[in-house]
Design a protein around this ligand. Structure first.
Ligand code: AMP
Length: 220
């Protein structure tokens, strides 16, 4: 299985990618997670990416493509992988096509998790990450701070770029630079749209269903 999860910030890509990765036994490759880890540990890449991330802007394509080129060469990606948060621009998608062509691989499909703007802003406003188990949790309408993680009791915090003004910027960037990928992959006959509203299980069920169908089509 070689697939891409596409969707606006807050659509649930990270959460759902984790479930798909478990279900298919393939690694989840999340450029956002890799970048955050680089920022946290203070690598050169992290230093260069941080300013863009803090403003809700995209990190330059060249940096991201190099990062992905290296990541998909790792042994765990040999049997397939799920991309989450990449590609995010047309040049990134073209670079991915080139990288896969060199490896004589093709994408099985691209799943767009469809969620409206209003719900996105609401969801991200209530999104907290746990310093203990790393999971994110949604607690809308909390005014007195996020409390503790419902999974492990760890300390919760909000991502720097989840602040309201940055979220609006990220949504605008999504509409301008990432949304054109919908047409790009539609044109290649690879796009499947999944309704991203409802519970995590409901959305997850829809995604797994279309991915299994894509796999069957690919084998044919
Ligand atoms: P995410 O966790 O996917 O929302 O990504 C967080 C931030 O990392 C984004 O707002 C961008 O600044 C940066 N980022 C992640 N993936 C990419 C990408 N494929 N291209 C450019 N920037 C990215």
């Amino acid at each position: 299985m070689l697939a891409v999860l596409l969707g606006p910030p807050g659509a649930g890509k990270g959460t759902q990618a984790g479930r798909v990765s478990d279900s298919f036994g393939i690694p989840q490759i999340s450029t956002g997670d890799i970048l955050r880890e680089n920022v946290r540990t203070g690598t050169r890449l992290g230093e260069r990416a941080r300013a863009f991330m803090e403003k809700g802007e995209l990190v330059p394509d060249g940096l991201i493509v190099d990062l992905i080129a290296e990541r998909i060469e790792q042994p765990d990606a040999e049997g397939g992988f799920l991309l989450d948060g990449f590609p995010r621009t047309i040049p990134q998608a073209v670079a991915l096509d080139d990288l896969l062509r060199q490896k004589r691989r093709t994408l099985d499909g691209v799943v767009l998790i469809d969620v409206g703007d209003e719900e996105i802003v609401q969801r991200i406003g209530g999104r907290y990450l746990c310093r203990g188990c790393g999971r994110d949790t949604n607690m809308p309408g909390l005014e007195s701070g996020p409390g503790t993680c419902p999974h492990c009791g760890g300390e919760l915090y909000q991502r720097d770029d989840d602040r309201p003004e940055t979220v609006l910027r990220r949504l605008k960037v999504y509409r301008e630079l990432t949304a054109p990928l919908v047409e790009y992959y539609e044109g290649k006959g690879l796009l499947q749209v999944v309704d991203g509203t409802g519970s995590v299980d409901e959305v997850g069920g829809r995604i797994l269903h279309v991915l299994h169908q894509m796999q069957v089509e690919h084998v044919k």
